[in-house]
Design a protein around this ligand. Structure first.
Ligand code: SAH
Length: 250
């Protein structure tokens, strides 16, 4: 077994700042398994900034009724602006991409995850209620990113999704870096089916080719499976940049 060193090899520390009304939600799922171990080993770090600390008045109010009327509450621009400014100050000279998790944002992709993972980290604003005052998005030049076409009750889970996806790409986090290259989306295709022991389970056998030891045949089979799966489930991915579907290969 390959034993991983306990200290980061790169000296690089990917930093996530999360602006939230619920700092207690963190690290939560980010504190276990691969990503949690990487946090303990200092391969990345996490800082929560409690939006409530910037609230107005005795009640530390962070939201108000929507201008123009309507249901629900909207998070105030002045409160969020102060929270973002404090986050920037705390990050010092490091400029972290500032992101507002939002169902109106550009959908998160593996390509964007890869870019963010290569950078110094992220500043993430997690909204609540009906969302945030438009002026803070514009005034602090926040990039809006969505994790999918559905509405969550808050941005915290979305922030965790983004951080999880980035951290597993940081050098030294995954044991076998080689396993990254063939994953879903990395080559613009969905991944081929995986099997492990036992060889036969409830009358279902591992495909013979995978037991053949013929690496060229195995590679060809996996490629065909990946293509067929992508064609039926996600035809929209075929032909996109990064999908290696060149003639003669398939
Ligand atoms: N009224 C808003 C939804 C607010 S949901 C609208 O219709 O667009 C409350 C918060 O949850 C948002 O501020 C955002 O931070 C987060 N959120 C909800 N759905 C999300 C999604 N698909 N991706 C990322 N963040 C989301």
């Amino acid at each position: 077994m390959n034993r991983r060193p306990l200290a980061p090899q790169t000296g690089r520390n990917w930093h996530a700042q999360v602006l939230t009304l619920f700092p207690k939600m963190f690290p939560g799922p980010l504190g276990v398994s691969l990503v949690g171990t990487a946090l303990e080993r200092g391969l990345w770090s996490l800082e929560t900034i409690d939006i409530r600390d910037f609230g107005i008045g005795r009640h530390r109010s962070v939201d108000d009724t929507p201008a123009g009327g309507g249901a629900g509450m909207v998070m105030r621009a002045d409160v969020l602006g102060a929270a973002v400014d404090t986050a920037r100050e705390r990050a010092g000279p490091t400029e972290l991409p500032a992101i507002y998790l939002s169902p109106r944002g550009r959908p998160l992709t593996q390509a964007r995850v890869r870019e963010l993972a290569l950078g110094p980290g992220v500043m993430l604003l997690a909204g609540r209620f009906e969302g945030v005052d438009q002026r803070v998005i514009e005034g602090r030049a926040l990039e809006e990113i969505s994790i999918g076409d559905y509405v969550l009750s808050g941005g915290e889970l979305a922030a965790m999704v983004l951080v999880d996806a980035c951290v597993r790409l940081i050098d030294g986090v995954l044991g076998a870096q080689a396993s990254l290259g063939e994953e879903s989306f990395e080559v613009g295709l969905l991944e081929y089916p995986q099997y492990t022991r036992p060889r036969s389970w409830e009358g279902r056998d591992i495909p013979e080719v995978l037991l053949s030891g013929d690496h060229a045949r195995i590679a060809r089979w996996r490629r065909e499976q990946a293509l067929a799966l992508t064609r039926t489930r996600r035809p929209d991915l075929i032909g996109k940049t990064g999908s290696k579907t060149g003639a003669g290969e398939a």
